[in-house]
Design a protein around this ligand. Sequence first.
Ligand code: ATR
Length: 286
Amino acid sequence: MDISGKTIVCGLIGDPVEHSMSPAMQNAAFRELNLDYAYVPFRVRGEDIGRAIAGMRALGLRGLNVTIPHKMAVIPFLDGLDALAGKIGAVNTIVNDGGTLTGYNTDAGGFLQPLLERGFNPEGKRIVVVGAGGAARGITFALVDKGARLVMLNRTADRARALAEQLCQHYPQGAEGMELNEHNLAESSANADMIVNTTSVGMGASSNETPIPRQVLRRGALVYDIVYNPLKTKLISEAASAGCVTISGAEMLAWQGALAFEKWTARKAPIELMKREVIRHLRNED
Ligand code: ATR
C-alpha cells in the first residue's frame, strides 16, 4: 500500500539499527494484511533517548521496537509497563494509545511461542539456561513466570547467582545459579527437559564453537539456541544429530516481531511469512 496522509507509522530505535531485520519483516507483514502501516528504523544515541520518546508522542507514532542499548533506558519515559516487562526491567516494544505509552517485552513472549508451537509447556519442567547476560534476563523471567524450574550456568558464576536471586524475589520456585563448567553442565543436563543457550558463543566469528559439549546432549531433550546467525549453529547441528528437538533463535526473532505487530495492529500476525522473511534475510547475509 502506498504511503499516504493516513499511513500509521511504527519504527525501531537503537544504535546501531542498519543491520536490523525488523523493517523487512514488519513491512512484509503489513503488506500481507493490506494494512496502511509503515515501519522505519531510527538510529538514536543514548543521550537522545528521552527526546526520541517525546518525538514519538509529538509525531503520533503508533509503536516502536526498542533494541540495544536502549531497552532499559526508555522505561522512565513511558506512562506504564506491562507486569512482566516491569519485572524484567527491559522493554523492546512500545504501544502508543492516544498519547499513553505502554512498554512491553515481546522478547520474553517471543521466546516462549516456539515452545508452545511444539506443545512444550514450561510448567514444572527442568530447564538448564547457559548464560546470564541481558538476553538471559527476559528468557529466565519468561520461563519462571510459566512455572519452570531453572538451573542457570554462567562463565562468571556471580552473575548467574545474582540473576537467580532476582528471580527468587519475584517467584517462589525461583532458580539456582552456578558456574558454567563441565561438571555442573553434565549434572544439571542429565535430567533436564530443555537446555537453552543465551550466550553469544557460536555466533559469527565463533561459529566453530559451541557453549555445550556434545556429550551432555540427551536424545529427546529440547535444545534452544537463541543465536540465529548462522541459522544452523554448531550447537543446533550437534543437538539434531544427538536426537534432540531443536529450536533456532530465528524463530524467537520472528515471534518477538509478530507479538509487537499484534499489539500495534490488533490483528493476528502472519507468523509463517515473518519466519520466512527472517530466514531469507539471514541467507542473504551469508
Ligand atoms: P547479551 O545481552 O547478548 O546477553 P551480555 O550481557 O554481554 O550480552 O552477555 C553475554 C553472555 O554470554 C554472558 O552470559 C557471558 O558470560 P559472562 O557473564 O561470564 O561474560 C556469555 N559469554 C560470552 N562469551 C562467552 C564465552 N566465550 N564462554 C562462555 N560464556 C560466554
